[in-house]
Design a protein around this ligand. Structure first.
Ligand code: DPP
Ligand code: ZN
Length: 874
């Protein structure tokens, strides 16, 4: 595929003001008649041909203002429809195409999922339905007529408002007409047709519009849609309250389908969701599922303003809608749940997914400057780091100016396809600041590293903090410049008391802005030696090197007023220990005694007051995080051994307290997914995991009892997950079998069963995965099944994916090649698991490189896989 570059952007030569579609749904021959009202774009070239995008399309008919075109006036291929010399005044182009939804395994364009017709058009799927100017800066008003067999598709949904519907006399077919008054790019187009159950409720917006909000699910599952509907209503209220944004149509529909490449899609007024992020019942969904559903329902709803009303000029601006909308959904979850626990979770995701991406061959700026396949840029960097930039912008200019800037953006850019520059200009204007330096965050890839050190002068009662930033080279960017880093900080007295230290360089809200390579802060009136607490709440997406003693970290764990940094202090203590133990061949768990005592003291003081937070403090850094600290010649087996030894020691040392907490936190009330109840379960289950790590015999007994007695999926699955970590035994396998037998009719629950087994850190796991691929419940064409089995193995099982003999790599390469023919997007996503291969030990690097080269050598690779494999090797 050719390279697309940001610098080559030009406005479209033509615009399409109106789109009238008539879609006749049929399983294998769906006909689409499109009438496009086209006019030359004054900002485009005057003599240009009209070149419409297509993808695997077949043209049936073509007319300009109702008249068929002579054959030499146009050319049609599956990829393009070209009018060599189109009218230079407004005209109507009628196009008829035919597509086969049942054969569409890429799940882009119009396809069928479990018999339901649905669409996915972002980024470039609309061109698989009809020929079009399929680019986000071409905005049109759509009217869509959908027709289908009434028996096959009694429900027909489109974007916007329903305006007509009825039977077609003399046939078994019926139709519905939908009108969307808001101009939108083609990637937000959607239709749905099928047998679906519906739950709905009325909604009156803050500005007085009466609307109906509804969730559509597979027949018989409407009870499982209630939580999503509730989350939708709360999201709508929150956006009114916090961002002043009201909904703008008469209906808002959410549809759950079982075959979906992404999490969900924000089509105007008709969000289509992966059913994993809609369906929830206490018996089938975990607390984590409930939280994800709430967050993703909110995310897609929030796109209505940040993404739909204001969209992107081109795909390089993807972060303009995604980073901003992730920030908005994170804030929503923080308000609905616990802010500190939410932030810890978001930072864990950032460190687990984005930091490694930014340190490897796939590193790219939050706003990339070139791509071969845009589908490969829906990344942790665009989403998660993109959200961090918005968070920093807010702390950099302050909450009041941030709110003013958002309002200005909503006013000024509404109805347009905008750029990052236009977005930042609103905040520059609102705050009266020059944000040109801040804007470097969008252009420069890589995670900055900030080295911090402190010096106390008892005589002068001063304390100096020295800070220095640097960023390692990334592909295409050998030289890096300093970025603007807001550092939220404070000083903590060794005894936990107040320290009234001042520095004119630290703002009243505790933020210091580091905007050059190095700088220092001098505090005066510092009564005693302080412990610095820096990057509170992780105020910037950076790696921090701050050489505190264990005693200093214990002070922060005990006394910091910033809960995030209390948690961070515990993580830093554990990371230091784990990195050291990963360097020895027989790690001695007894070295974790200091950590264990610190955790014990923490639990005694805090566990019952905030169990969700305590569960986070008890949760050791992941193997991936430790690997990233080690950074070169990584041996995942050594990391696993070290972590296992530490967990065993901590579990043993804390056993009494953990047992007590399990009893104290037990509840006989019926399951409720609220944050407080979920927090108690998370601590109970973390306790179970540690007890079992310390004593597998005791663990096995507790696991069996909890599994048997659980009245909800959270507790039952937690037991199954701990079961997976027990030594091999017939009992262990029997529990897996029992789970399978109980839930064999529940695909989303079986996904969890696949995922837990694929992540088992033991030698037989690859064989287990190969066996599970033959299970009747597994399906290579369903993205959720593939991700839960193959994705879990590749992304959540460091020791087995990175097997020293290379068989884990070879397996993934086989899977990528096999999937590439049917679903290139899913194949390419799996392939990103190789992203850290250059940091691995020498023999692993060899195995990984061989596997990657084997993929690269296959003829006819999709643009998706070809792009990832070549960048990974590059
Ligand atoms: N559906 C994806 C998301 O909402 C892409 N827009 O992030
Ligand atoms: Zn999004």
């Amino acid at each position: 595929a050719p390279v697309v570059r940001l610098v080559d952007y030009r406005p479209s030569d033509f615009l399409i003001d109106r789109v009238e579609l008539d879609v006749r749904l049929h399983p294998s021959e769906t006909r689409i008649k499109a009438i496009l009202s086209i006019r030359p774009n004054p900002a485009g070239r005057a003599d240009a041909p009209l070149i419409l995008d297509g993808d695997e399309l077949r043209l049936l008919d073509l007319a300009v203002d109702g008249t068929a075109l002579p054959p030499d006036a146009f050319a049609a291929t599956p990829q393009n429809l070209t009018l060599f010399d189109p009218p230079r005044a407004p005209f109507r182009l009628t196009i008829e195409t035919v597509v086969d939804p049942s054969a569409n395994t890429k799940l882009m364009g119009l396809y069928r999922s479990g018999g339901v017709y649905c669409t996915q058009c972002e980024a470039e799927g609309f061109r698989r339905i009809t020929y079009f100017l399929d680019r986000p800066d071409v905005l049109s008003v759509y009217t869509t007529r959908i027709e289908a067999e009434a028996g096959e598709a009694p429900v027909l949904l489109g974007n916007g408002n329903p305006v007509a519907a009825g039977a077609i006399p003399g046939t078994s077919r019926h139709f519905a007409v939908w009108e969307d008054p808001h101009p939108k790019p083609a990637y937000l187009f959607a239709i749905v047709g099928g047998r679906l159950d519906r739950v709905a409720e009325p909604y009156r917006t803050a500005d007085g519009r009466d609307a109906e909000i509804a969730v559509y699910v597979e027949p018989g599952k409407s009870e499982r849609a209630a939580f999503a509907l509730d989350a939708l209503r709360r999201s709508m209220r929150w956006d009114e309250r916090v961002f002043g944004r009201n909904y703008d149509l008469d209906v808002f529909n959410v549809v759950a389908v079982s075959d979906f490449n992404m999490g969900a899609m924000e089509n105007k007024g008709l969000n289509i969701f992966n059913d994993k992020y809609v369906l929830a019942s206490p018996q089938t969904a975990t607390d984590t599922d409930y939280a994800n559903i709430e967050a993703i329902i909110a995310h897609e709803y929030f796109h209505n303003w940040t993404g739909n009303r204001i969209t992107c000029r081109d795909w390089f601006q993807l972060c303009l809608k995604e980073g901003l909308t992730v920030f908005r959904d994170q804030e929503f979850s923080a308000d609905e749940r616990s802010r500190a626990v939410q932030r810890i979770g978001d930072v864990r995701t950032l460190r687990a997914r984005q930091f490694p991406e930014d340190a490897g061959p796939l590193s790219h700026p939050v706003r990339p400057t070139e791509y071969r396949e845009i589908n490969n840029f829906y990344t942790a960097t665009v989403y998660e780091k993109g959200a961090e930039i918005i968070r920093m912008l807010k702390s950099h200019i302050g909450a009041a100016d941030f709110a003013r800037g958002m309002n200005l953006y909503f006013e000024r850019c509404d109805g347009t396809a905008a750029t990052v520059e236009e977005f930042l200009a609103c905040f520059a204007e609102a705050s009266g600041r020059d944000l040109s330096h801040f804007a470097r965050w969008y252009a420069q890839a890589g995670t900055p590293r900030v080295v911090v050190s402190g010096t106390y002068d008892a005589g002068g009662r001063t304390y100096r903090l020295d800070l220095a930033q640097s960023t390692a080279p990334t592909p295409g960017q050998p030289l890096k410049e300093p970025v603007v880093i807001p550092v939220a900080l404070g000083l903590v007295a060794e005894d936990g008391g107040r320290l009234d230290a001042h520095s004119p360089r630290v703002r009243d809200d505790g933020v210091f802005v580091l905007d050059r390579a190095s700088d220092s802060i001098l505090f005066s009136d510092v009564a005693s030696r302080p412990v610095p607490s820096v990057f509170r709440g992780l105020s910037a997406p950076v790696r921090v090197a701050l050489d505190l003693s264990d005693a200093d970290l214990l002070t922060l764990l005990r006394h910091d007023t910033d809960p995030f940094n209390r948690w961070q202090a515990g993580q830093s203590l554990a990371t230091r220990l784990l990195v050291r133990l990963a360097g020895v061949s027989r790690p001695d768990g007894a070295e974790a005694e200091g950590l264990a005592q610190a955790l014990l003291a923490f639990l005694r003081g805090n566990a019952e007051a905030d169990p969700a937070f305590a569960a986070q403090v008890l949760s050791l850094p992941s193997e991936a995080e430790i690997a990233q600290e080690i950074a070169a010649d990584v041996d995942p087996d050594a990391i696993h051994r070290a972590r296992k030894a530490v967990r065993a020691h901590v579990g043993g040392a804390l056993r009494g307290e953990l047992m007590r907490l399990r009893d104290a936190l037990a509840s006989s009330a019926p399951y409720s997914p609220d944050a407080a109840s979920a927090g108690r379960r998370s601590l109970r289950n973390m306790a179970l995991e540690l007890i079992a790590a310390g004593d597998s015999g005791a663990g096995a007994g507790l696991v069996a009892a909890q599994y048997r007695d659980a009245d909800n999926m959270t507790d039952r699955l937690a037991a199954l997950a701990v079961n997976a970590g027990l030594p091999p035994s017939a009992e262990r396998e029997a529990l897996f079998q029992d789970f399978y037998d109980r839930y064999r009719a529940e695909p989303l629950v079986l996904d969890k069963w696949f995922a837990i087994q694929a992540a088992m850190p033991e030698d037989g796991t690859l064989e287990r995965v190969l066996r599970l691929m033959n299970d009747p419940a597994f399906s290579i064409t369903n993205p959720n099944r593939v991700r839960s089995l193959v994705g879990s193995f590749a992304l959540n099982n460091a020791t087995q994916f990175h097997r020293a003999d290379g068989r884990g790599y070879a397996f993934l390469a086989d899977m990528v090649v096999a999937l590439d023919g049917t679903n290139p997007q899913v194949a390419a996503r799996l392939l990103t698991a190789f992203g850290t291969w250059r940091t691995m030990s020498a023999e692993r690097r060899q195995g990984a490189e061989a596997a990657l080269r084997r993929v690269a050598s296959k003829p006819d690779l999709s643009p998706d896989v070809s792009d990832i494999v070549h960048r990974s090797l590059g």
